[in-house]
Structure formats: structure tokens, C-alpha cells
Design a protein around this ligand. Structure first.
Ligand code: UTP
Length: 289
């Protein structure tokens, strides 16, 4: 079976839930403590053995490209002032993987964003890390999913159970248990009305897909929110060839929402060696009524 070495990170969405900041700062570049969300994603992919990453960008997202490049100005300044370690730390960000970029000219949906990676992917299976889902875990979630791909040879959705209030805003999967945290997926639906919910299992930010998904995406019409939905294409795949789902271990932060971003910063701020102790003291003293 082919090894999975390629990943796509779609980051071309307009981020309307994060306005006004998303008007000129890509939400994927907002920080969790001291690192932009995009760095968490690239680090996760690299730690899972991914060597080539294609980031799907769009107008106004240039900050992402600059971040994963060497900075001549910083290098000159930092090396000249003897701060070699800091300069090397910054350069290491650019060396996490072979990172390339392609523009989605119009934000027509996640399915369309993934379709923009067709020539990058070619004939290989690949991982997708949704640009606004940061997941902190012991084993990189991409690795948890690729392991299931090698076991069953089918596309894998990273899933968790969500609440009935959340499922109508996400997608819902029809599943049968294969073993402990792995399921066979036979159907799925994006943003289901309450009478169309299959289960509370929803895809949260990570999938591994076979290259056949591109033929399906080519003919997938616009769906929920008038966007070309990746879920609709995966639904066709699940109904024909079959898919699996892996209930992954890890804490997922929806950094595409204001509350998700705040929770990520508080929880990770409490774990961070520079801020943890002081933040804990601050929160303890906070009067909340
Ligand atoms: P979302 O639907 O959460 O992102 O897509 P959005 O459209 O930016 O968010 P809102 O609803 O307007 O607030 C999940 C990921 O897919 C990317 C987004 O950048 C995000 O990281 N995406 C979405 C694209 O790359 N292209 C699209 O057309 C849509």
C-alpha cells in the first residue's frame, strides 16, 4: 500500500465568524499563546510523517506564505546580535516540511478548496487538515488516521461525538463499529435537520482520502450554504467504495469561532511553561458572577 506523505491544509475561507479580525488577518494565523494556529497544523502533519504540504490560500492570506519562509531581515539582525538560537528557531519553522501554496480564486466551499489540490495529489492517498481545527493530542491525529488507512485501505474520517445542538451545524455519520474506536461509515449528511441525524458522530477537522475523491468532487454540486461540500463528496465515496471513521484521541479547538479561540488560549495558556502559573493565579482571583 502507498505511504501517505502528502497533506492539504485548506485555509482560503472568508472566516465570517471571526470578523472583524478576519477582514485583514487570516484566522489561521491567529495565535494560541505564542504560535499561529497554522503552525500547530503543520507540526502535527510533520510529526505524522507528512513530507509535502499544500496550503490552499486566497486573497488576503499572504501572511501564511511569509510565515513559512526564511526572513532575511530577522536573520541578518538576529545573527548580527548573537541571537543565533532564535534565528535558527525561526528558520526551523520554514523547514518543517516542503510547503507549497495554491490559491482558491473564489471561496466556493471546502470541497472546492480540496479540489484545487488535484495536481499536487496526483495518484496518491493524502491527508486533509481543516485550517481552523487545531487538535492537541499525544499521537498526532493524522498518524492515528493513517494507521487506520493502512489497516483497512479505505478513506478515514477523524470523528468525535458532539451534542445534539452541535450536530445540526456539523455533519452526521451513519456508522457500524469495526473495533474499539474504529467504525465503518456507510452514509453521511452535512448540516442535517433534526429528523435526518444518523448519529452524533461528526467529522472534526481531519480526514485521509484516496485520490478517487477528485473524480467525485468534479461532479459534486453545490450543497449546504450553496458551497461545494467535501462531506457530500465523501458521502458518495462512503456509499460506493466505503469509508471508515476513527474516533481520535485529542482535544480539538474550533479556532474559526470566537469562543473556540478563547478556550484554546486559556487551556493551552495554562499548560504553557511561560504563562501557566501566572494565568492560573489570575483565573483563580477572577470574580465571575
Ligand atoms: P469553514 O467553513 O469553517 O471556514 O471551513 P470559513 O468559510 O472560513 O468560515 P465561516 O463560516 O465564514 O466563519 C473550514 C476550513 O476550510 C477552509 C477555511 O479556511 C477553513 O480553514 N475553506 C473553507 C477554504 O479553504 N475554502 C472555502 O471555500 C471554504
Amino acid at each position: 500500500m502507498k505511504k501517505i506523505t502528502k497533506a492539504i491544509i485548506p485555509a482560503a475561507g472568508l472566516g465570517t465568524r471571526m470578523l472583524p479580525i478576519a477582514k485583514s488577518v487570516p484566522k489561521e494565523m491567529l495565535p494560541i499563546v505564542d504560535k499561529p494556529c497554522m503552525q500547530y497544523l503543520v507540526e502535527e502533519a510533520a510529526a505524522a510523517g507528512i513530507t509535502d504540504i499544500l496550503i490552499i490560500t486566497g486573497r488576503g492570506k499572504e501572511a501564511i506564505e511569509d510565515y513559512f519562509d526564511y526572513s532575511l531581515e530577522y536573520n541578518t539582525k538576529l545573527y548580527a546580535s548573537g541571537k543565533d538560537a532564535l534565528a535558527e528557531e525561526l528558520n526551523a519553522i520554514a523547514n518543517l516540511a516542503n510547503i507549497s501554496f495554491v490559491r482558491q480564486k473564489e471561496a466556493k466551499g471546502l470541497g472546492h478548496a480540496v479540489y484545487c489540490a488535484k495536481s499536487f495529489v496526483g495518484d496518491d492517498p493524502f491527508a486533509v487538515l481543516y485550517g481552523d481545527d487545531v487538535i492537541v493530542s499525544k499521537t498526532p491525529v493524522v498518524k492515528q488516521l493513517t494507521d487506520v488507512y493502512y489497516e483497512y485501505g479505505l478513506g478515514v474520517a477523524g470523528v468525535k461525538k458532539v451534542t445534539p445542538e452541535q450536530i445540526v451545524k456539523y455533519c452526521s455519520l451513519k456508522v457500524d463499529n469495526l473495533r474499539d474506536n474504529v467504525y465503518k461509515v456507510s452514509d453521511m449528511i452535512e448540516k442535517p435537520s433534526p429528523d435526518k441525524i444518523f448519529s452524533l458522530f461528526s467529522i472534526l477537522g481531519r480526514v485521509v482520502l484516496p485520490p478517487e475523491i477528485f473524480d467525485i468532487l468534479e461532479t459534486t454540486p453545490r450543497g449546504a450554504n450553496n458551497e461545494i461540500q467535501l462531506t457530500d463528496a465523501m458521502c458518495t465515496l462512503a456509499r460506493s467504495k466505503g469509508m471508515t471513521a476513527c474516533e481520535f484521541e485529542g482535544t480539538r479547538y474550533d479556532i474559526g469561532s470566537k469562543l473556540g479561540m478563547l478556550i484554546a488560549n486559556i487551556e493551552q495558556g495554562l499548560l504553557h511553561p511561560e504563562t501557566g502559573k501566572a494565568l492560573k493565579e489570575y483565573l483563580k482571583g477572577l470574580k465571575i458572577d
